[in-house]
Design a protein around this ligand. Structure first.
Ligand code: SAH
Ligand code: SF4
Length: 344
């Protein structure tokens, strides 16, 4: 089987060309063709030598994940179900904001972390995605926009909040970030990429050296270990205090914050004492809080609190002067909201 072109960083591509006695400057042209201009096929490339092109076509596949189901919500959110080359399926979501989009990408098929509130977690881990499958979700979604909403093909932010624990697939997620940020290609700034983690310390340890500048979001969900253990079982192995120590050790740019996601579940972590402890915990940190009302899914025992309760919680946090947002659920009508991704 041919290897995917989208698996190669710019340096990999240059090296490969050199090793085969081809002009390494074609790397620039190829990145420009496929990533910057986002062409699908090579047949109209004119500025690359024939020999180089036929080598590239012989060695690489340019296949992208195939969208087998596309759901569009009232608010323009689009959920894609992608089929990968081995038949596995993952989902990605385009989230609209002022005529632009953020894309929520999956990093694994399923997830090993088994969080009790997470639809994906109920699937277990099937396998890691390759960098090309991560990039492929982005490119396929982009091509869909160009064909279906011409003029709107602007995906400016990338969030790793789809299926999977991105830090549990560190190498491929890192490579995908390297390709996304390459100035020769899509040239997406590090500050436009956010990786959300449940607190997987082996990945947090590598963050500052290997993916510096990328934004971090921690799924916090409770300031209390006991509750967090119930919600996020890996908290037993990687307790919150240690997780926060590692996060505090990651340097932040000017005006950069760490996002702390707080899933609010009715009668579980929505009490006044939860809000106060959360405020205490984060008040001296460069923190943003994202309150996420729980999204119910078939078979879950948890409930979403009413909006009034969520707003009360937010009000209590204001005392601590931590910027707090309530994540309004987008794409509710197509079950596209984060944490509702399940492809079993
Ligand atoms: N594995 C990573 C990233 C994917 S989950 C992580 O856990 O952070 C992305 C976000 O969706 C996380 O904050 C997660 O806690 C949240 N989430 C999961 N299930 C949810 C649900 N049912 N309702 C609302 N948010 C959910
Ligand atoms: Fe995995 Fe994140 Fe879901 Fe937990 S919340 S099971 S880490 S995808």
């Amino acid at each position: 089987m041919k290897q995917s072109f989208f698996q190669l960083t710019f340096n990999d591509l240059q090296q490969l060309l050199e090793q085969n006695s081809l002009n390494a400057s074609a790397a620039n042209l190829l990145y420009n063709w496929y990533y910057k201009r986002k062409n699908k096929y090579s047949n109209s490339i004119t500025d690359i030598a024939k020999g180089t092109l036929s080598f590239i076509d012989e060695v690489f596949s340019f296949d992208l994940p195939e969208a087998v189901k596309i759901q569009q919500a009232e608010d323009k959110t689009v959920k894609f179900l992608f089929k990968l080359s081995d038949g596995s399926k993952v989902e990605s979501v385009l989230i609209p904001f002022n005529k632009k989009y953020s894309i929520c990408l999956s990093s694994q098929v399923g997830c090993a972390m088994k969080c009790s509130f997470c639809f994906t977690g109920t699937q277990g881990l099937k396998r890691n995605l390759s960098a090309s499958e991560i990039i492929g979700q982005f490119l396929s979604a982009w091509h869909w926009l160009r064909e279906n909403r011409p003029g709107e093909e602007r995906i400016l932010n990338i969030v790793f909040m789809g299926q999977g624990e991105p830090l549990h697939n560190f190498d491929e997620v890192k490579k995908a970030c390297e390709i996304f940020t390459s100035q020769y290609g899509t040239s997406i700034g590090h500050q436009k990429i956010t990786i959300s983690t449940s607190g997987y310390i082996p990945g947090l340890k590598r963050w500052k050296d290997e993916i510096p500048g990328v934004n971090l979001a921690l799924s916090l969900h409770s300031p209390f270990d006991e509750t967090r253990n119930e919600l996020i079982p890996i908290n037993r192995k990687y307790p919150l205090e240690e997780v926060l120590d590692y996060i505090d050790g990651i340097p932040l740019r000017n005006k950069q914050f760490v996002t702390y996601e707080y899933l609010i579940i009715k009668d579980l972590n929505d009490r006044q004492e939860d809000a106060l402890a959360l405020g205490q915990l984060l008040k001296d940190r460069r923190a943003l809080i994202n309150l996420i009302p729980f999204n119910e899914f078939p078979g879950t025992q948890y409930k979403r609190p009413d909006l009034e309760r969520v707003n009360q919680f937010k009000l209590l946090l204001e005392e601590y002067k931590i910027p707090t947002m309530v994540r309004t659920t987008k794409g509710d009508d197509v079950l596209a909201a984060c944490g509702q991704l399940n492809t079993k």
